[in-house]
Design a protein around this ligand. Structure first.
Ligand code: ARG
Length: 396
């Protein structure tokens, strides 16, 4: 039986994830080994820490792993997570992966059991906190999260997502949460942790394979149970790309201590090679085409459209249609996806009542060529509430 990941963390004997639960008490009592985990010093604000509940379909590639970690779909059969979440490499049927839901108790969740794990063998010697979990069978049609292969996106503002504690020492969350945090430079991050390192209370950072993020005043951060989950950003084309893997930090959301993430761009080559060695279906990332133009939806009026041109796709009969509509009453909307050959798919028909927004990925099976113009058509059929199309994306 696994202990929760943060209790299983090995790399930082003084202040690993394990010890970080005891940090609050340790500061007060100076007896870290006897400090009871789970205390909340009341100085941090609630949520992922400092976040809000994510919408269903907003981060379709998110995975919850049963040992108490996050992850992201790298291929239809491989989840990318943190090395400190797993017990080394080899056959492993102990992990359950949950996909496709914000609410972990939703009956529409998709689950798979692990069959094999690959943990970065150099993790313990500063080589990067990443691991791959191979699933017993593919999640066909899963939305995959491409990983950063250059440092082009290692800057700016990042989005963090997970079911981890909403405050330092707090419990795990049933509903997925999200927040945004700004990039922190390697030099600022190393400087922030140096006093703790010098005091023997924290392991040296590995800036070559780590990327930090957080506000200097704290308040927003990943926390225990978010480990292994992705830190993402929209790339130049508007598509999510994974730049980090939740790894560690001093407590959660404390002022002056950024969250520390495995730097995916520095590890991408090894991740891809080991995923290929693990085998299974579907190349990483898929091929995506998107239109992120904003199109106003007139109140109780004519249908409006957003189109995407697809080229160079062959041999496909299924697609993930990603729809992002901001609206204050989704029950007003009829949403249709039309394929290049004119096949219509009504993906939402005045459903969802008074709830806001439709941010969802719909798996569609189509006939004819994938190439040509795909159309998202949205009509508001009732007076009062309005909104706009924010994005339409097709992943093959
Ligand atoms: N190691 C933690 C886990 O296992 C994640 C810690 C992230 N901490 C932070 N302050 N960003 O879940």
């Amino acid at each position: 039986m696994h202990v929760r990941s943060w209790l299983a963390a090995r790399r930082r004997p003084v202040l690993t994830a394990a010890a970080s639960l005891g940090v609050v008490a340790a500061l007060a009592t100076m007896t870290p080994s006897s400090a009871a985990p789970g205390g909340d010093d009341g100085t941090v604000s609630p949520n992922i820490v400092g976040g809000t509940t994510a919408a269903q379909g907003e981060f379709p590639w998110m995975v919850r792993l049963s040992m108490g970690c996050g992850g992201a779909m790298y291929t239809e059969q491989i989840v990318l997570t943190a090395a400190h979440c797993v017990d080394g490499s080899g056959p492993d049927t102990s992990i359950t992966a949950t996909y496709g839901v914000v609410d972990l108790q939703s009956s529409s969740r998709v689950t798979r059991t692990s069959t094999q794990v690959y943990a970065n063998p150099s993790y313990g010697s500063g080589g990067g906190d990443w691991a791959l979990v191979k699933l017993s069978s593919p999640i066909s049609g899963a939305t995959l999260l491409p990983i950063a292969t250059s440092t082009a996106n290692d800057n700016g503002t990042f989005t963090i997502v997970g079911w981890g504690a909403a405050s330092e020492g707090g419990g795990q969350q049933r509903y997925q949460r999200k927040a945004t945090v700004p990039f922190v430079s390697d030099s600022d991050c190393v400087a922030a942790y140096q006093p703790l390192v010098n005091a023997g209370q924290y392991d040296e950072l590995s800036p070559g394979v780590e990327i930090c993020a957080g506000y200097s005043q704290g308040g927003v951060d990943t926390c225990q149970g978010d480990s292994g989950g992705p830190m993402v950003k929209r790339d130049g084309a508007g598509n999510w790309i994974q730049v980090g893997i939740v790894s560690h930090g001093y407590g959660c959301a404390r002022a002056g201590y950024p969250g520390v993430y495995a730097q995916v761009s520095a590890l991408a080559g090894d991740i891809a090679a080991q995923a290929a060695a693990l085998g299974g279906t579907t190349a990483p990332g898929g091929t995506s085409f998107s239109n992120n133009a904003t199109v106003a939806i007139p109140d109780n009026g004519a249908a409006v459209t957003s189109t995407v041109q697809v080229t160079g796709v062959s041999g496909k009969t299924s697609v993930q249609a990603g729809v992002d509509i901001a609206h204050t009453y989704r029950g007003d909307l009829v949403v249709t996806v039309v394929s290049p050959s004119g096949q219509s798919f009504v993906v939402s028909n005045k459903s969802g009542g008074s709830a806001d927004n439709i941010v969802q990925t719909y798996p569609l099976t189509f006939s004819g060529s994938a190439n040509g113009t795909w159309t998202l058509r949205v009509q508001d059929t009732a007076a009062q509430d309005t909104g706009s199309i924010r994005g339409f994306k097709l992943t093959f």
